[in-house]
Design a protein around this ligand. Structure first.
Ligand code: NAD
Length: 421
């Protein structure tokens, strides 16, 4: 549901419009609506960094904490030149909904630094990250706010943040302050595959509801990256045939089926899915309109629009990417009876395994990959079924149904806790 840093749309306005729509649908009290329309706290910090050439450069960083009625704030930290406070606020609100849908005891948060990480050395990135961690250290913590990776941050940055926080807050190791860490310092097994795995679970459940036999299903994947690859591999394991895939360099099709393990090897070796043996090149437009049972957009936002939505033949669109379908396209797909599994439900596997990582860290107890995957399956299956029932009951699309589920859970928690002082 989130818009990319480059979309040009004010994401916070989009988030507020969605909140308005769902609040109207469930008849939400005006005061509670206003309360949820703003983050609880937004921190802006200046981050002075000594650059490699000896100069001091000052970056701006944010941490937005939207709502913590269900548990500590949770959400990633992104590094990008186009990070804005509005974007961070919107992303923190979407995290509140995503965690509530996944039914994990977290609220929503998000952070970011306006910077161009690709132009910075590792030393500069480390100094910037540690200074940012220091700047937000009073508002994050294992029971307060637990950050995670997002655009252009990963295990390396999470390790620096964990180390900085641990050193300045008592000088003992506190892995539970952050998730997405390398496994050697408390990261969870299964985290890399979690988003794709969660998506494949939602597809499996959707296929059961629509009486689709996965053995006869054909699948198109736009964006054979981290989320797309694992999603493709896991739906293939359910018996489906991957017939087309793409990345930023091009799109390929082979109606006889593409073996995902071989395609992954090909991409590692050649840097792209293009020129894969037995496949033919096609355009991105053709890829999205290819006749198939399941379409998995796993690359960019705004890919399914009012121009192409009517030509989508898939019975299920499972959104691994954030925000791949525009609101106009959503309406067209709904009237054409295409089941869209929305991003805030379909890609919730990532944050769910982040929650498992936190649980493991708190108990200093480490789970096998099988246990992680098993619990993920239970959580995501239940999340899917709850949203599916809501979509039938309210005769609305799965995106609105997800928001209804989320808002009801958050509002219930707020009401039960009450306001004090
Ligand atoms: P990634 O960078 O690993 O993969 C993205 C893929 O999309 C790459 O293969 C890239 O080549 C491809 N791509 C880029 N431009 C394209 C284009 N014009 N046409 C076709 N393909 C193109 O990123 P990822 O982590 O897999 O994330 C993909 C999407 O899933 C993003 O929207 C992200 O926000 C969302 N997501 C990912 C996770 C996660 O845990 N990885 C969690 C939640 C949401």
């Amino acid at each position: 549901m989130s818009k990319s840093v480059n979309s040009g749309i004010n994401p916070f306005e989009v988030a507020l419009t969605q909140l308005d729509e769902v609040s109207n649908m469930i008849g939400l009290d005006n005061g509670l609506h206003q309360f949820l329309a703003q983050p609880k706290r937004v921190l802006t910090i200046s981050i002075p960094v000594k650059m490699d050439d000896g100069t001091i450069k000052v970056f701006t960083g944010f941490r937005s904490q939207h709502n913590d009625a269900l548990g500590p704030f949770k959400g990633g930290i992104r590094y990008h030149p186009q990070v804005t406070i509005e974007e961070v606020k919107a992303l923190s609100m979407w995290m509140t909904w995503k965690c509530a849908i996944a039914n994990i005891p977290y609220g929503g948060g998000k952070g970011g630094i306006i910077c161009d990480p690709k132009s910075m050395s590792e030393g500069e990135l480390e100094r910037m990250t540690r200074r940012y961690a220091y700047g937000i250290s009073d508002i994050i913590g294992p029971y307060k706010d637990i950050p995670a990776p997002d655009v252009y941050t990963g295990g390396r940055e999470m390790a620096w943040i964990m180390d900085t926080f641990s050193v300045i807050k008592g000088n003992y190791i506190q892995p539970e302050v952050i998730t997405g860490k390398p496994v050697q310092i408390g990261g969870s097994l299964g985290r890399n595959e979690a988003t794709g795995r969660g998506l494949a679970i939602t597809v499996r459940e959707a296929a059961k509801k629509l009486n689709i036999d996965m053995k006869n299903a054909s699948v198109v994947v736009q964006g054979f990256g981290n989320a797309g690859q694992f999603a493709a591999q896991l739906v293939e394991e359910q018996g489906a045939k991957i017939i087309a895939a793409s990345d930023s360099k091009g799109c390929i099709i082979n109606k006889n089926g593409i073996d995902t393990a071989s395609l992954r090897k090909h991409k590692v070796k050649n840097g792209s899915v293009t020129n894969f043996q037995g496949s033919q090149p096609i355009s991105n437009k053709e890829l999205l309109e290819t006749e198939c049972t399941i379409l998995i957009p796993a690359a960019l936002e705004n890919q399914i629009t009012k121009e192409n939505a009517g030509k989508i033949t898939a019975k299920i669109v499972a959104e691994a990417a954030n925000g791949p379908t525009t609101p106009e396209a959503d309406k067209i797909l709904f009237s054409n009876k295409v089941l869209v599994i929305p991003d805030i439900l379909a890609n919730g596997g990532g944050v769910t395994v982040s929650y498992f990582e936190w649980l493991q860290n708190l108990r200093r107890e480490y789970w096998t990959e099988a246990k992680v995957n098993d619990r993920l399956d239970t959580n995501i299956t239940n999340a899917f079924l709850g949203v599916y029932d809501t979509h039938i009951k309210h005769n609305t699309n799965m995106r609105m149904a997800s928001m209804i589920v989320a808002l009801n859970r958050v509002v219930d928690a707020i009401k039960i806790r009450g306001f004090w002082p």
